[in-house]
Ligand binder design. Structure first.
Ligand SMILES: Nc1ncnc2c1ncn2[C@@H]1O[C@H](COP(=O)(O)OP(=O)(O)OP(=O)(O)O)[C@@H](O)[C@H]1O
Length: 319
């Protein structure tokens, strides 16, 4: 029996499909990211997974029990499944330790005390225990929110764009801390984001969602090297259409710049990026603009260049 099973979930709002026949099976302790653009159905999916939204079709099962939606259950939601959003959902007038203790109000005092201590330690929050949320950075507040969600040891943690209000440095720090922490726990975690880079930093397995449907699922290498569609390929990098060939594309780092032989073009712009210059090259044949990596940083605007590639790098992709 699969631990957490989503079976052919569908949901429409005003006759517009938000989720279509979505299925997924997760083992206990599995950690997966779901990546999709805005409006692809990510939040709808997580809310149905948590028993907080009424699906039109399909079933959710956790550990042999059916997860009932609010139409079938008096109090919506389950203690076993915690959903975290980008807004921190903290009590502003309670300290960090008090916030984490709140879900444990009905537990024995001794247990509550030791559980709060454990979470403060695991999340590196011991020094902040007496602070109020407003005295913490965004990343620290989100850590408190996640620690609070984990207080009663839920079986599943659902993270809905939890980092979107953090700046890049805070986000990368929190992702690296959380990644280690969550992997070490038995909790099954589903992380939802529009940002593939965040997903790849956090989990090995990634599912790509588009228009409420699974487009592809795999680890980062499988998705990067074998994208099934242009959309999946473009999540990793821009792609360049080869003139006079059908649906054939190259990534910017798979194009070699030569002084003779190959596709002729000239550099019309470049950007200085961390590991290379990103060139914009206008092809003579067809006038298409390609993006090509230049690790040598030697090409300038106006330079004539010839472009070559290994045939095995060509990706044939449908729309
Ligand atoms: N309560 C609602 N009423 C009407 N339409 C809705 C409702 N909730 C979601 N939708 C629509 O369903 C589709 C999927 O929305 P959803 O919020 O699940 O996507 P998302 O991938 O989480 O988007 P975002 O990243 O922007 O939050 C969108 O077209 C959205 O407008």
């Amino acid at each position: 029996m699969t631990f957490y099973s989503l079976k052919k979930l569908s949901k429409s709002y005003q006759n517009k499909s938000a989720l279509h026949q979505f299925s997924l099976e997760l083992e206990e302790g599995e950690f997966i990211s779901i990546v999709g653009e805005s409006g692809s159905g990510k939040s709808t999916l997580l809310r149905i997974m948590a028993g907080l939204e009424i699906q039109d079709e399909g079933e959710v099962w956790l550990n042999g029990n059916q997860i009932l939606n609010p139409k079938k259950k008096l109090v919506a939601g389950y203690d076993e499944i915690k959903l975290i959003h980008q807004d921190y959902q903290l009590y502003p007038n309670s300290t960090v330790a008090e916030n984490i203790a709140r879900p444990l109000l009905h537990y024995e005092k001794e247990y509550t005390k030791s559980r709060v201590e454990t979470l403060l330690r695991q999340f590196g929050l011991l020094d902040f225990r007496d602070r109020f949320p407003r005295q913490l950075s965004g990343g620290q507040q989100q850590k408190v929110a996640i620690a609070t969600a984990l207080a009663i040891e839920p079986e599943v943690l659902l993270l809905d764009e939890p980092f979107s209000s953090l700046d890049t440095i805070q986000k990368h720090q929190l992702i690296s801390e959380l990644g280690d922490l969550l992997k070490a726990m038995d909790t099954t975690v589903v992380f939802v984001t529009h940002d593939l880079d965040d997903a790849l930093r956090l989990t090995d397995q990634v599912l790509i969602l588009q228009k409420g449907k699974t487009i592809q699922k795999g680890n980062s290498q499988e998705l990067c090297e074998g994208p099934k569609t242009r959309y999946v390929a473009r999540l990793f990098s821009p792609i360049n259409l080869i003139p006079d060939r059908i649906n054939s594309f190259l990534r910017p780092n798979d194009v070699k710049i030569r002084t003779k032989g190959g596709l002729l073009g000239h550099v019309i712009d470049f950007r200085y990026l961390v590991h290379y210059n990103s060139l914009r090259i206008k092809l003579k044949n067809g006038g298409e603009i390609w993006e090509v990596d230049d690790p040598s940083r030697k090409y300038q605007i106006g330079d004539r260049v010839y472009l070559q590639w290994d045939e095995e790098k060509v990706m044939v992709l449908k729309g």
